[in-house]
Design a protein around this ligand. Sequence first.
Ligand SMILES: C[S@@+](CC[C@H](N)C(=O)[O-])C[C@H]1O[C@@H](n2cnc3c(N)ncnc32)[C@H](O)[C@@H]1O
Length: 368
Amino acid sequence: MRTPNLTGLVPLWRELTGNTDGPADRLTRAEEAAVARAVHRLSAGFSGDRNIAGQGYLQDAARLGAYLVFFAPISHAQAHAVFNAVSLKPGPSGRALDLGCGPGPVSRALLDLGFTEVHAGDHATEALTVARGLARGARGALHPFFWDGEGDTMLPDGPFDVITFGHVLNELSKRAPDRIERRAALLESLSARLSPGGRLIAFEPASHAINADTLALRDEMVARGFTVEAPCFTTGPCPARAAGAACHGELVWSAPEQVRALARAAHLDKSTLAYGWLVLRAPSAPVDVRPETRVRVVSERLRNKAGRERFVVCGAQGRFSLSAPPDSAAPWTSAWRALGRGDAVDVVAPEARESGWGLTPASRLDKV
Ligand SMILES: C[S@@+](CC[C@H](N)C(=O)[O-])C[C@H]1O[C@@H](n2cnc3c(N)ncnc32)[C@H](O)[C@@H]1O
């Protein structure tokens, strides 16, 4: 499914920064250079030892503006990719809660899907004002509120069909040795606000240390009785974590022109977007049984010495190789060619090979 791009950001950026002289549809050269410098500083602050994460970095207009025009379209596209993967739709309440909303890209993606009421919380109050602007023109209503993810602030009453966390869990208690347990406790307590069958949805940066924490949180939630609806098809401990490997999705997208220009100027590659993700159902929620044939691609395309192409996949049986002979004319060839990291497929009638499953002319590959 095509991801809708977040547009109309420059007028909001002008409102926020007071730079009202330039054109409404793009930044001027000088503005672009200044924003690219702020993007570069933000990006550096999010990587390495992440000295700005959780530090109120969206409280000043320059950094919030840079986040709005560069990172918000990325989060919005990732949110849509994750929502599409589980066919998220408004449920009986039509209400959603978006925590750590920042300037509101995930809230906007929820409104795009037809949620009628999105409650959006963050401790950066300036960001909440921008989130309100980003929700303009949507059919549903945005209700911003102050939320302190490490304190004891009031939350709006449920029920919510979905509670979302876009790139925020990794910022909570980030230096605490028990940060995973604290984040799990937060998710567990929030699950009491879900509609029956509602979901907790988180996506996170895919960098090594944050991804390791995402997988540890996944295992902690499973230990607390939650079901991982996606990206996993196994109900046991995470096979990637057990192998010391990473697991993340990857979105190939068509970036809006302004994001492309800023990425070029800030020397960042955003042609594909990697993210760790978790879609959780509460212990009481009924969950569809998935067929044993279903796996998710968790690597890039690899090639064996013998010329066979393969992917590492993960399913109910754990992590293993799914390979195909070169130059096959079997009916699954075009599906195989289109396969990429993050895709879910049903592999019907594979042959057993030493390293996993192999496709034969009699096999079928059905994209989920
Ligand atoms: C990387 S931004 C993500 C914003 C948005 N969800 C997105 O996906 O683009 C992280 C957000 O979490 C918020 N945040 C970090 N720590 C928080 C805390 N302890 N309480 C409330 N919000 C927090 C920040 O203010 C920021 O808006």
